[in-house]
Design a protein around this ligand. Structure first.
Ligand SMILES: [Ca+2]
Ligand SMILES: [Ca+2]
Ligand SMILES: [Ca+2]
Ligand SMILES: [Ca+2]
Length: 490
């Protein structure tokens, strides 16, 4: 039912509603005048929704205030429509102005019964409106498109208390209480059409159902986890990611011999800036080299709490056991920092105990490089990804090594002279180095790795200054050319 001037007038005519006894003692004429004034004002609201810069997160349905108590009181009401300014569609909601100076609440009925609430403005002259949407099987986004989600709504212009409280006789600003089934989830949009900054009280105490959780979370399982090496616990409900201390200090671990195993971190599985709740936590342990049965326990974390559910009911006990596997070690060794003179590129070795291999060069998978070793042919950043699928706990491991080439890595200076006179001393220049020899006019006299014997096309070249040129790629993929003088003296 959409309480606007027209429907109110029709109902008043049809049922001969008496207006005496209304909370604010408005006459029928005053009510009709108020509804008309709101209807007129509405014209100026379109387009109604305004995005405000410093919006509170709860002004958007996905970050609705989770109802965890019976009464909410705020001294200041909300302005604007949040960061998502158009969540309510005036065409399908009774909220004809869409989102206006609004805030969202969310609750899940803990049992079946009736939700009864009243919103009382601090300023009795304020006109608040509201709508309730069933999002048990819908996302916030669907509210805009699916009219079936709205289960109750009130847009009356009559100021003062409003709600789903059953005070409906002659009171267009009130609606019938809402029947809910255990487990159903609803969002409530509270909108201050008056745009005052005065706050309100939102009171659910007359409800016959509990709108919020009062029971601490309980762990219902634990297993070894590989990627965040340690123990993954599963909880009986969603917990708040921000109550999980990243340093793992909410948890303890010890093996069956009573040996304490250091907890070095904790990760909420799936937690992200947009996903604030999880029912699984990885308790990250210091790497172990033996199969062990580990019992994880709970303690007060460095964050000052344990683990809290959505209403911050705090976990009280944790006593879960899991058998953990040794943590495999994948190690490609130290970086290879190669002198440009006489380069021998390394063969990288991941070890042969893994199930599969994939080698990467500068972040790009090398096609067909699926063996335990990989022969590099140039500078770069090399990595390998392996897994240990042969165990019961599949996990992916990777390691990275840098192969870099530079004059910086050369112990000795480049020889700057040689004497190819056949005396067996210093007759060949830089044997083994991949280089080019040019003369002062840029003509190439030699190219190769076998060293230069001071000839060109089989003929000895004259004494004098020549240049050795090295060309290579560094680990950043940049082509580097180095040209140094060499004096030939026979
Ligand atoms: Ca919004
Ligand atoms: Ca109202
Ligand atoms: Ca709970
Ligand atoms: Ca904590």
């Amino acid at each position: 039912m959409k309480w606007n001037k027209l429907t109110f007038g029709i109902l008043a005519l049809a049922f001969g509603i008496s207006y005496s006894g209304w909370s604010q003692n408005y006459t029928q004429e005053q009510i009709q005048s108020l509804e008309q004034a709101k209807s007129d004002k509405l014209q100026n609201y379109k387009p109604t929704s305004v995005q405000n810069k410093n919006a509170a997160p709860e002004q958007d349905c996905p970050d609705a205030i989770i109802i965890c108590q019976d009464v909410y009181f705020t001294m200041q009401s909300y302005m604007g429509s949040g960061n998502i300014p158009n969540e309510i569609n005036p065409a399908i909601s009774c909220l004809d102005a869409g989102e206006v100076n609004n805030v969202w609440y969310i609750f899940t009925a803990q049992n079946t019964g009736i939700v009864n609430f009243t919103l009382t403005p601090l300023n009795p002259a304020d006109d608040y409106d509201w709508a309730v949407f069933n999002v048990s099987n819908a996302t916030c986004t669907e509210i805009f498109y699916n009219p079936a989600l709205q289960v109750a709504c009130n847009f009356s212009a009559i100021p003062g208390p409003t709600g789903a409280n059953g005070a409906t006789v002659g009171n267009p600003q009130n609606s019938a209480p809402i029947n809910v089934t255990a487990g159903e989830t609803f969002v409530i949009n509270i909108s201050n059409f008056s745009a005052s900054q005065s706050g309100y009280t939102l009171d659910f105490t007359a409800s016959s159902v509990t709108l919020y959780d009062t029971i601490p979370p309980v762990a219902i399982g634990a297993e070894h986890v590989c990627n965040n090496y340690g123990v993954r616990i599963t909880l009986d409900e969603l917990v708040t990611c921000s109550t999980i201390a990243p340093d793992g200090s909410d948890f303890t671990a010890q093996n069956t011999s009573g040996v304490i195993i250091p907890v070095i971190g904790a990760v909420g599985v799936g937690c992200s800036p947009t996903n604030k709740f999880t029912n699984q936590i990885d308790i990250v342990l210091a790497p172990q080299t033996q199969v062990q049965t580990v019992t994880v326990g709970l303690q007060l974390g460095t964050d000052g709490n344990t683990i809290g559910d959505k209403c911050l009911n705090w976990m009280e006990v944790l006593n879960q056991t899991a058998t953990i596997q040794p943590k495999p070690v994948l190690n490609l060794g130290d970086d290879y920092l190669l002198c440009i003179f006489g380069i021998t590129y390394p063969t990288l070795d991941a070890g042969n105990e893994w199930e599969t291999y994939q080698w990467f060069q500068n972040g790009v998978a090398v096609s067909g490089a699926n063996q335990s070793t990989f022969s590099t042919t140039m500078s770069g950043i090399y990595s390998v990804t392996t897994n240990n699928l042969q165990t019961a706990d599949p996990c992916i491991y990777s390691d990275t090594v840098i192969v870099d080439v530079s004059t910086d890595y050369c112990v000795d200076n480049l020889p700057n002279a040689f004497s190819p006179n056949g005396d067996g001393v210093n007759d060949v220049y830089l044997q083994g180095a991949d280089m080019m020899i040019i003369n002062r006019w840029g003509q190439t006299l030699f190219k190769g790795t076998e060293g230069w014997d001071g000839t060109h096309n089989g003929m000895p070249v004259a004494n004098g200054t020549y240049y050795v040129v090295f060309s290579f790629f560094n680990s950043q993929g940049q082509e580097i050319t180095i040209k140094e003088p060499v004096t030939l003296i026979r």
